[in-house]
Design a protein around this ligand. Structure first.
Ligand code: NAP
Length: 298
């Protein structure tokens, strides 16, 4: 059984490729970059393609049985997704697993959530055999905070104080591989969440204990946050992400025990925790320090 994985060089797609290989599936990885083939295991077939180019996508789908579709957050995300969906339908792929997002229907004012809801609706309306994965906030987002945490000692993600659902990407990848390599997942929608909720002050405390220093949660001034983000990402993306975080703050993004129980059953083990990820990450940073002396822990 051969699976085409989009976004295969990204956070989720690369983990899904690894998990599918573990389950014995054949994998074809789609990328726009000609020079990345050597980054994949030799057994992975790498194919060049752009989700905005239907000809390349159709070629990439020839001879595959199933599809794992993850789209990057781009201004044309919906077009990319519907091109891929439309071709999967036309070529009668046996199954597609689509990476959506937790509570998608409650955030229709957030552009990248609205795109995903439209894709979910198309999957259901047009009868393509499918599984929908709805992950919460990626725990691994916070691996990017090394400079902020170890330098000025701030936790800058405006995730609020109420508690939001967060999930480890390795659990997303396992769920994706399970949906594509075992039976019984057609038409299913799985919420992918961790064992506990995370919040800004709580995460600051977790990192503070691990690093042995005071970490301050910088709060949730969304105007200021969007302005700062405009210096780092395109303005439309800063707006989109601000709408998302403000939505979490205003409407909540919390998971329930029922959702934790369901993912535990799907994975066959408890979902991985934020605390464990943070502890592992600090260990990694410390091992890097022994050569570079960059980590300030005092
Ligand atoms: N971060 C979170 O907390 C979170 C939570 C829930 C859901 N999500 C969703 O997760 C998705 C992002 O996943 P990720 O973090 O794995 O993404 P990522 O690491 O940013 O990777 C994006 C991938 O998309 C590919 N790509 C971009 N434009 C493309 C195009 N035109 N044609 C073909 N491939 C293209 C890139 O491949 P090449 O450059 O190799 O072509 C890359 O592999 C988004 O849909 C986001 O909404 C994120």
């Amino acid at each position: 059984m051969k699976v085409l994985v989009t976004g295969a060089t990204g956070n989720v797609g690369s983990a899904v490729v690894a998990e599918l290989l573990k389950q014995g599936a054949q994998v074809r990885a789609l990328t726009r970059k000609a020079d990345v083939a050597k980054k994949f295991p030799a057994t992975v077939e790498v194919v060049l393609g752009d989700l905005l180019d239907p000809v390349s996508v159709e070629q990439a789908m020839q001879g595959v049985d199933k599809l794992f579709l993850v789209n990057a957050v781009t201004a044309d995300e919906l077009t990319q997704a519907l091109i891929t969906f439309g071709l999967a339908r036309r070529l009668k792929l046996k199954h597609m697993t689509y990476l959506s997002v937790f509570k998608v229907e409650q955030f229709r004012d957030v552009p990248h959530f609205a795109s995903k809801l439209a894709v979910e609706n198309a999957l259901r309306e047009f009868g393509v055999p499918h599984t929908i994965l709805r992950p919460g906030y990626y725990i691994q987002n916070d691996a990017t905070l090394k400079a902020a945490l170890t330098g000025p000692g701030i936790y800058p993600m405006p995730i609020g104080t109420a508690g939001i659902a967060a999930v480890d990407i390795r659990d997303i990848a396992e769920a994706g591989a399970i949906s594509l390599t075992t039976d019984g997942h057609d038409g299913q929608t799985y919420d992918l969440v961790g064992p506990t909720l995370i919040n800004g002050p709580g995460n600051a405390e977790i990192w503070g204990k691990l690093l042995g220093k005071n970490i301050e949660y910088t709060g949730h001034n969304f105007d200021q946050w969007e302005q700062t983000m405009r210096g780092k990402v395109p303005a439309w993306m800063a707006f989109d992400l601000r709408m998302m975080f403000q939505g979490y703050f205003d409407r909540g993004f919390a998971s329930t025990e029922t959702e934790v129980t369901r993912i535990t059953k799907l994975l066959g083990h408890a979902p991985r925790s934020y605390e464990q990820f943070a502890a592992d990450t600090v260990q990694l940073w410390k091992s890097e320090v022994s050569t570079s002396h960059e980590l300030v822990t005092a």
